[in-house]
Design a protein around this ligand. Sequence first.
Ligand code: SAJ
Length: 433
Amino acid sequence: MKFNRICVLGLGYIGLPTASAFAAHGVEVVGVDVNADVLATLQRGDLHIQEPGLRETFETALRSGRLTFSEKPVEADAFIIAVPTPFREDYLREGAGKRYKVADLRAVLAAAEAIVPVLRRGNLVVLESTSPPRTTVDLVQPVLEKSGLKGGEDFLLAYSPERVLPGQIVRELVENARVIGGVTPAAGQAGRDLYAVFVKGQIVVTDATTAEMVKLMENTYRDINIAIANEFSRLAERFGVDVWEAISVANLHPRVKILSPGPGVGGHCISVDPWFFVEAAPDLADLIYTARQVNDSQPRFALRLVERALGSLAGRRIAALGLAFKPDVDDLRESPAAEVVHLLQEAGARVRAFEPFRPEGLPGIECAASLEEAVREAECIVLLVHHAQFVALDPAELARLTPARLAVDMRNAWSPAAWEAAGFRLFRLGVGK
Ligand code: SAJ
């Protein structure tokens, strides 16, 4: 199938790089977003998100004249839905002895509704947003059929998850293997033709529900593996062991690859997607549910380490380094670092945070414009995110900028010897010695 014009709905971390990649590879793309500010920013040639390499691809796309923006979808050969699917913040559901979060699919359904008036015979619609199993078939198809066209007969429908790593989106979008799940085999084939425009990785065609499940399995697998690392950090502390040393030795085993503990698991993927399995089958997803609980409670474990360093938290002045959900990205969604700061504040500490990738930080958190400003009056410096620039800090230089002589490392980023030589007492997550 040949695609002259496509519409990409949702111009966030996935939709915008995807739209840019298609346009840069010769397809006419109309980027659609419900947020007028985002559209205005992009129309000016500016970006509303930071992602390495995105500016280049975006500018190539704009220069080609093939990337334009609109508030609403227009007639096209294919439609890609890349809108967020967070979980509902307003309630938890209960069932099978569990209290669990449920997916917020309102943006997906609104995007499908927006396509209805412009959907034509022979069009392809692809859902990319991470969704609970069967969403494409049971929820999206009926909405699109409001057009009077029949899925599988008049139009083609597929699910193709994005699997790119924030921080490496532009490269991984092209290089990673891509799964296309067709509601019908013809939809799978059409999806393959569409993504072959720029994807260099292998393109695997399957059915829609398998593709949905593949996406959730990948992130759930990672979540559970981080949960065991986090649980090991608690056990190591109890037994007077350095978990980082223990993990590095265990990982010498040829079939063991333990991930890294930390202050918790964040982002809009790994900390969200496993809930979609729990929601879809609360009676079966026991291990998945437990891992979520371990990871969601890890910020509290991190808080106790700061408490150990300072004795008490009330009124204490703390510099928090990093608010992003992981190193070297500007994304603060579901960030465990922000959660730790909130917990410190609740315990009465006076926290000043510094997030170099998003200096304005988050509402409710006092943010410094520079490292110097963050540490100037601190009693304790807490490393929450191992941004490269924080890992590279010279403790001797830092000692000149701050009265603090206590430091807490949640990420095994700082060398105890160097920090102690510079006069700091260093507390490390998962170290019981
Ligand atoms: N984390 C740890 N310890 C580790 C690794 C990660 O605590 O050893 C934490 C991070 O600090 C972060 C969270 O886990 O808070 C998630 O970070 P991540 O780098 O593992 O993953 P994401 O959310 O940036 O991207 C994941 C990727 N999925 C997998 O690796 C299976 C990516 O390929 C997906 O495309 C993305 O989710 C997504 O959009 O679903």
